[in-house]
Design a protein around this ligand. Structure first.
Ligand SMILES: [Mn+2]
Length: 325
């Protein structure tokens, strides 16, 4: 793995820097990127967001979140460095780099990372890419003891990614370092309660009704060890929620006594998007990888193209059956 110092040196000698993340960005992708953007702007660096995705409502409170508007799809003229955060492979980047000839730095924590950068900083022990953004900001000279708006804005973004990627500190990816960084964020004055409220107590009414609809059709499979949740084609439109993040619905399945794996299947234009969460020992990344997906041991995702929701479900259950033995 490269060092944060190397990344700092590349940043300092770059003239124009574009930042991007994985498609359908979550709190960690957005948080780690906006933390770095705030730090770069503070250093006076010409830096901007490249994204085909639009910021989701519950993350719009973060500083510069409004710049994630889906309007800049590829690097701007004169860009000599692109930094990708929280994204394991090139296909998932929310930016079109096909015409870009400059350098790419890859900062991530996914074990399946394909090291596609000129510098790859992949720390699989980080609970969130936001942990790395925090350390990189320090490396870049941000002093979190200063407690001005700049540090608090960076800190709030970092806290957001840590909270969302750890399931509010409940997942086994949480380490001593996670809590150490968070303790420094609280000392700095990051309002943890306000961040939680923004993230989780901010659902559109229609979203709660959608959750009700999905939950009323929940099924158990493989001797009640797997919960299956489905969002068939048209359901999101029915509730007027086409661009809403639905990944949080999956955790309800994991809350069921005896369930080891929760699976959410979402029918999209060209196939079925599957999300998998594991409670204990089942490695759902292995299951996702069989169909070209990836992620972490306890949280993974996979896109199955050209199949219907029933086939996608049977495919994943077949692999899961082996894993549950
Ligand atoms: Mn992440």
């Amino acid at each position: 793995m490269s060092s944060l110092k190397e990344i700092k040196e590349e940043i300092l000698k770059s003239k124009r820097i574009g930042l991007s993340f994985h498609t359908s960005p979550d709190g960690d992708a957005i948080g780690s990127t906006l933390a770095l953007l705030n730090a770069l702007r503070h250093l006076g660096k010409d830096s901007y967001i490249i994204s085909r995705d639009v910021i989701s409502d519950n993350l719009s409170f973060l500083s510069f979140a409004n710049e994630i508007d889906g309007n800049t799809l590829e690097p701007k003229e004169g860009t000599d460095l692109v930094i990708i955060l929280d994204c394991g492979n090139v296909e998932r980047i929310s930016a079109d780099l096909s015409n870009y000839k400059g350098k790419v730095i890859n900062i991530d924590h996914h074990i399946s990372n394909e090291e596609y950068g000129f510098i790859n900083y992949v720390d699989v022990s980080a609970a969130a890419t936001c942990e790395i953004s925090y350390l990189l900001a320090e490396e870049l000279g941000i002093d979190f003891k200063n407690k001005t708006d700049v540090e608090i804005n960076i800190g709030s973004a970092v806290y957001t990614g840590i909270v969302t990627d750890t399931g509010s500190f409940r997942h086994s990816n949480v380490t001593k370092r996670t809590h150490k960084i968070v303790s420094e964020l609280i000392e700095l004055g990051v309002n943890n309660s306000k961040v939680h409220s923004n993230l989780f107590d901010n659902k559109p009414f229609e979203k709660v009704k959608l959750m009700g609809c999905v939950l009323s059709n929940i099924e158990l499979a493989l001797e009640n060890k797997v919960a299956v949740l489905e969002i068939p084609k048209g359901m999101l439109e029915e509730f007027n929620l086409k661009n809403t993040d639905t990944s949080d619905i999956i955790s309800v399945g994991l809350g069921i006594k005896g369930v080891e794996v929760s699976m959410l299947l979402k029918e999209v234009e060209d196939g079925v998007k599957g999300s998998l969460r594991s409670k204990n020992d089942v490695d759902v990344r292995k299951v996702a990888e069989v169909y070209g997906g990836g992620g972490h041991i306890k949280a993974a995702g996979v896109m199955q193209k050209g199949v219907d929701i029933e086939t996608a479900k049977e495919n994943l259950l077949k692999i899961l059956k082996e894993e549950l033995k």
